[in-house]
Design a protein around this ligand. Structure first.
Ligand SMILES: [Zn+2]
Length: 431
């Protein structure tokens, strides 16, 4: 009950816009507590070191127009919603998962503003390293975009569509409608007691479980369909590819089918899960029909990939934390479809094999790591894994060679002392 209460409060606080989780991920797999410290790979160089100073992400101040919407009175229900959004935003600002890279923030913001047009000045953007497909825009203008979404979006047009969808919820005040509908069903006293129960520190802003409770407090079917159409209209008006929306939803649905978890795979056919959410298939159909006659529009695929490329390694590391290797493998296939970033992709295919530990996985891991190092973008850790495999097979000279190559590529590695000791033991102590 406490978890539910917290989740419900979180839903109210940040307006539940977990698009794909609503429709694709559903509630079957609650995400693991997503602190970046939870899953350090053995001896992995720190992937996302917490910065020393807490600062909000870069916002290009000179280009931001004034907000289009005044702050509501605090004693109204909308004012209360803003207050909760403010607290959730504070948590986001201080989160160790916040991506502060100025270039990345400027890029995502630019796309958001291109589709938001006159609501651009309302948006305060936070990019989070969290491995679920999620974006949200709270009533106070605070917007989150998660790395799991950025990895799964194939081009700028798809990003524009998703952000347009979120901005659509914001423009139409769907969060307020949701609050009022829930209060109508549950009674004001219950809603306020839930909010009071969740008002403690660290709970209000806990949106990690947002996707899980989307089915409790999701936007209505009508709201979701409307947001899709608004996202489509805004993206197309900004000269983006009209087919981006239905292509994105389709690939997310396919990823569901690639899941290791049979419950996730079955979701599509179990209508009950979608009782409070439109079926993805319906939404895909509507978007496909809308785009049928449209032509032209930009995808800006190369530009998009260039913007996320520096983060592929750390975001894929986070994606492994979900421990749904079927879905991550599907994602890797999509990332590799145009033959790009194969060093990173092959390394992570190797990682899946290494972590899965099934029959033949060790040999496959070796093969993928070996493929990876033929590409210039192979992560340094690839050589360490090859060293470990050689060591386990008793090929000590090769292990020394691979460990040495690893340290040459990652001189600042957190496990440097450990690897150096191992090299010394193998070459010196081994005679
Ligand atoms: Zn939505």
């Amino acid at each position: 009950m406490k978890r539910l209460a917290a989740a419900m409060v979180a839903a109210l606080a940040v307006t539940t816009a977990a698009i794909a989780q609503e429709s694709v991920q559903g509630e079957q797999i609650p995400p693991p507590a997503a602190t970046t410290q939870d899953y350090p790979a053995d001896g992995e160089p720190a992937q996302q070191a917490a910065p020393d100073a807490i600062a909000p992400p870069a916002q290009p101040a000179q280009t931001i127009p004034p907000p289009s919407r005044p702050r509501p009175e605090i004693n109204t229900d909308e004012g209360g919603l803003w207050g909760m959004s403010d607290r959730a935003e504070q948590e986001a600002r201080n989160s160790g998962q916040l991506e502060r890279d100025p270039a990345l923030n400027a890029y995502v913001r630019e796309v958001a503003c291109r589709v938001a047009s006159d609501a651009c000045g309302d948006i305060r953007l936070y990019v989070m390293n969290r491995p679920y497909f999620n974006a949200s825009m709270a009533p106070n203008g605070y917007m989150e975009v998660w790395s799991g979404l950025l990895l799964r979006v194939e081009d700028e047009a798809q990003l524009a569509f998703v952000l347009g969808h979120e901005i659509g919820h914001y423009r139409e005040r769907h969060a307020l409608a949701m609050l009022r509908a829930v209060r109508g069903r549950a009674g004001a006293a219950m809603v306020f007691s839930i909010i009071a129960a969740g008002a403690g520190v660290g709970i209000v802003g806990d949106i990690v479980y947002l996707g899980t409770i989307a089915s409790v407090f999701g936007f209505s079917r009508e709201n979701e369909s409307q947001a899709d159409m608004l996202g489509y209209d805004h993206a197309v008006a900004a000269r983006y590819d009209p087919h981006a929306g239905h292509m994105l939803w389709s690939s997310l649905l396919q990823e569901t089918q690639a899941s290791d978890n049979p419950d996730v795979r079955r979701q599509e056919t179990r209508a009950s899960i979608f009782r409070t959410h439109p079926l993805s298939a319906d939404r895909i159909e509507a978007l496909t029909a809308r785009a049928a006659q449209a032509t032209g529009g930009e995808t800006q695929r190369a530009r998009y990939r260039a913007a996320i490329r520096p983060f592929l390694d750390s975001w894929l590391r986070s994606d492994l934390r979900r421990r749904d290797y079927g879905q991550t493998w599907f994602l890797l296939d999509r990332l590799a479809a145009a033959g790009e970033d194969l060093g990173v992709v092959e390394y992570y295919r190797g990682e899946i094999n290494r972590l899965r530990r099934g029959d033949g996985d060790r040999e496959r891991a070796f093969q993928h790591y070996t493929n990876a190092i033929a590409y210039p973008d192979a992560p340094a850790a690839t050589w360490r894994e090859l060293g470990d495999l050689a060591l386990r097979d008793g090929r000590n000279a090769e292990a020394v060679e691979q460990f040495t190559a690893y340290l040459a590529r990652a001189p600042q590695a957190v496990d440097r002392a450990l690897i150096e000791a191992r090299i010394q033991q193998l070459s010196g102590g081994g005679q």
